[in-house]
Ligand binder design. Structure first.
Ligand code: AMP
Ligand code: GLY
Length: 423
């Protein structure tokens, strides 16, 4: 098989790495890829943007690509799957209609309400005045969300009514472009967040190991939100009984409701849950793709060949597959970020120590890097250093042993990844 992976993050490096572990996969091409996919044996970068559907399709047709795996939400929301399916390519990832589950929070909320999926109480507005009077009637804390894709920046958890009102003005005022045509005002939930990524062929849906990520920049989960500073799996708060409830109360209901709308959803359905202290949970959001950095901790534990699962989804025969097999034990990843991230940061810093980190047993997935003669930084989240072990202690220790060898000017990483699962 020759697989085209679309995207350039840590998630796509992990997908390429996992796919290449199989004898069936001869080559992976990553578009546009990063410094990690450029230096991974059997993997090549293709310098095309994720939304260059014409260029990607032409490449796939002319170079015998047997499967396209789409990483990020933006091309899915723009219809890459519909475009490529029409041109007879095999694509893993939902259609444009299916991707609305991530691309429109109002649409996703309506779907959850229709399906009876547990989720926070919410209301949707197009007019600032109505949104503000609703906020005043509800009081704070309250959550204000831009409807559309906003690269993780469109959600404001407001501690006060004033903050919520400022957020409404920013969203309706166009700070998020078209993503702000609607504003969703939602009850503020508390608890621990869990990411349940599931694979589906539109009929059957199977959860992967549950993961948790650390969204805040600072230790103790403080400071600004980021794309994710680290993650671990399988998280113990998602107990088997909780996962059984998620299967029937969330995943199966979502797929059945999508099907009732004539949406044939084949790809990843990612449910972001808030789990309360008493074990009850609600869905905060759905994503239409693999999580980043969750993928970098889930795939190292996957034993079933990834391409078998992906092909079973694309060919709609996931129900005939044996249960997904997992390695026993745990994994953790620590993100090395550029100094200043999530604010302004510099690029082009030489990265040292990747091989040394890997010699310690860690796996280094690149995110914001590029190959420019040597591997240099090219983004805010630069690398993910992943450890695997019999338990969280070992997995976390391997990741931190590895990251000590990594160096670039301004490197920053949190020292407390997995603090909730360390003894
Ligand atoms: P979303 O993109 O909707 O998942 O929101 C991004 C982040 O905002 C989530 O991961 C949570 O940390 C936070 N968030 C979203 N909705 C809520 C809510 N109803 N209550 C509390 N926090 C929330
Ligand atoms: N780690 C959160 C996400 O991928 O959206």
């Amino acid at each position: 098989m020759k697989v085209l992976v679309v995207g350039n993050g840590g998630r796509e490096h992990a997908l390429a790495w996992k796919l290449l572990q199989s004898k069936q996969v001869e080559q992976v091409v990553c578009a546009p890829g990063n410094g990690g996919t450029a230096t991974l044996e059997g993997c090549y970068n293709l310098p095309l943007a994720v939304d260059d559907f014409e260029g990607l399709t032409k490449y796939a047709q002319e170079h015998g690509v047997t499967l396209v795996v789409v990483g990020p939400e933006v091309p899915l929301a723009k219809g890459i799957t519909d475009y490529m399916l029409k041109r007879n390519l095999m694509v893993f990832g939902p259609s444009r209609a299916g991707a609305q589950i991530e691309a429109s929070k109002a649409w996703a909320k309506a779907l959850m309400q229709e399906a009876g999926i547990p989720t926070a109480k919410a209301a949707v507005f197009t007019e600032a005045a109505a949104a503000k009077s609703y906020i005043k009637s509800q009081g704070a804390p309250i959550v204000v969300k831009a409807d559309g894709l906003a690269a993780g920046k469109g959600v404001i958890v407001a501690e006060t009514v004033e903050q919520a009102i400022t957020a409404v003005d920013a969203i309706i005022g166009g700070q998020f472009g078209n993503a702000g045509n609607f504003v969703v005002i939602e009850e503020c939930l508390t608890g621990q967040e869990v990411s349940v990524l599931a694979l589906t062929d539109g009929l059957t849906i199977r959860a992967l190991l549950p993961a948790q990520d650390h969204k805040r920049i600072g230790e103790g989960d403080t400071g600004e939100n980021t794309g994710g500073m680290g993650a671990y799996a399988p998280t113990p708060i998602a107990t088997p009984s909780l996962m059984a409830r998620v299967q029937t109360e969330v995943l199966e209901k979502a797929i059945a409701t999508l099907r009732s709308k004539n949406i044939d959803y084949r790809g990843v359905l990612y449910a972001g849950l808030m789990v309360a202290v008493n074990g009850d949970f609600q869905v905060l959001e759905f994503n239409c793709r693999f999580g980043d950095p969750e993928t970098q901790v889930i795939l190292p534990l996957l034993e079933t060949p990834l391409e078998d699962l992906i092909l079973a989804c694309v060919e709609q025969r996931l129900g005939q597959m044996p249960p997904i097999a997992w390695k026993k034990g745990a994994s953790a990843t620590v993100v090395a970020a550029a100094g200043g991230y999530p604010g302004a940061y510099e690029k082009g810093k030489l990265i040292a120590g990747i091989q040394e980190a890997e010699a310690q047993g860690a796996t280094v997935f690149h995110a914001g890097t590029k190959l420019d003669g040597q591997v240099v930084t090219d983004g805010g989240r630069v690398l993910n250093v992943t450890g695997v072990g019999d338990n969280f202690e070992q997995a976390i220790a391997q990741a931190y042993t590895g990251i000590q060898y990594i160096n670039f000017e301004g490197i920053y990483y949190r020292r407390d990844i997995g603090h909730k699962v360390r003894s």
